[in-house]
Ligand binder design. Structure first.
Ligand code: ADP
Ligand code: NA
Length: 332
């Protein structure tokens, strides 16, 4: 009944990291190249759930679009646009706020992590974030969503909202979406702490590799990455309880397009003094062409705005009839 369609998004809330690249961007390109219909979005409405400087937000949205294109998203084959330019997201988000339950939102670990002990001071939007995310996906009747591990719980909630809507109104209107969480780097960890995810919101810049870092910065961060004193193990089992080593091996595998087994096969017994420079060389080889292309694209912001505008028109053409049908189902 529902044709295969992929939707995913990234917040334009700061520089993109290696985690965003391996967990999201790189896989978005793979899906596009498999020939599936792909819709990708800079989710600025999500970004403002925490305060954003307006000038920076505008700049980061363009930078995000440049990163998508530099990583291999072809705006002719994929739809690439900015969320706030297609009103269907906000409209369906509101309707889903009336379908979803407070208790569902309150159980989200990302809400608990981000609001912490100061939930009273968090924005209402931060609490409702997963409901808007469900709207992003459902406004296109998307059937698959490539994401990192951290988004798994939000996608389960998207499924719950779709099922409840279909039940409440006795329709078979929304598909029950499948998360696609695959590859060696579904959860890239901080370079300073193997128990925390690599994130643009981490206060330490040493904890992450940014897509805008140059070769020297990448090499220095990998050289200083936290590790244990043991050499790499002979088998993958030996990475158990070694989160920092595991993380660097995962990153290597994802960048090289190899399995973790292959990487361990190639580096069995190697010291980090050998492995880290190899990883740094690989990271620079894979990331520097993207950085160069991003910098080139950023010299022409009008062209980026034109691409996003065109993408928004194409997105609107899919989402508008779906949201109009939702109003009809609701008796509006
Ligand atoms: P962030 O979590 O960095 O603020 P977003 O919420 O915009 O970024 O997430 C964009 C995409 O990047 C999501 O699919 C998310 O799962 C993925 N992602 C973010 N951080 C990581 C990470 N450390 N490892 C793997 N994927 C990640
Ligand atoms: Na995230």
């Amino acid at each position: 009944q529902f044709k295969p369609r992929i939707f995913s998004g990234i917040q334009p809330s700061g520089g993109l990291t290696l985690g965003n690249y391996l967990g999201a961007l790189k896989r978005f390109v793979e899906k596009q190249d498999e020939g599936i219909e792909t819709i990708y979005c800079l989710v600025d409405l999500h970004a403002i759930t925490v305060w954003q400087d307006p000038d920076k937000l505008r700049q980061q949205t363009r930078e995000g679009a440049a990163a998508f294109i530099a990583a291999g998203i072809d705006p002719a084959r994929s739809i690439l646009f900015n969320q706030s330019q297609v009103t269907a997201h906000a409209e369906l988000g509101w309707i889903f706020n009336c379908v979803a339950r407070m208790g569902w939102m309150g159980r989200m670990t990302q809400w608990k992590d981000k609001a912490g002990k100061h939930a009273e001071a968090a924005s209402l939007g931060l609490f409702a974030y997963p409901s808007l995310m469900a709207a992003d996906i459902m406004a296109y009747h998307a059937t698959m969503v490539p994401v990192g591990e951290d988004q798994k719980q939000h996608l389960e909630l998207t499924r719950d909202i779709a099922i409840k809507f279909n039940n409440d109104f006795k329709v078979d209107f929304f598909p029950v979406v499948e998360p696609i969480i695959e590859g060696a780097a579904t959860r890239v960890m901080s370079l300073r702490d193997g128990t925390k995810k690599m994130s643009k919101s981490d206060p330490s810049d040493q904890s992450r590799i940014n897509l805008t870092d140059d070769a020297d910065q990448i090499a220095a961060k990998i050289r200083k990455a936290k590790t244990d004193p043991e050499p790499l193990p002979e088998t993958v089992d030996g990475l158990k309880d070694r989160p920092e080593a595991r993380n660097l091996v995962n990153i290597y595998a994802a960048l090289a397009g190899h399995t973790v087994d292959q990487v361990i096969g190639d580096f069995a017994g190697a010291q980090f003094g050998t492995f880290k420079p190899a990883l740094a060389d690989l990271a620079v080889a894979k990331l520097s062409p993207i950085t160069t292309e991003m910098n080139r694209l950023m010299k022409d912001p009008a062209e980026i705005d034109r691409i996003l505008g065109k993408g928004a028109e194409r997105a609107e053409a899919i989402a508008r009839p779906i949201v109009d049908q939702v109003y009809d189902i609701l008796g509006m």
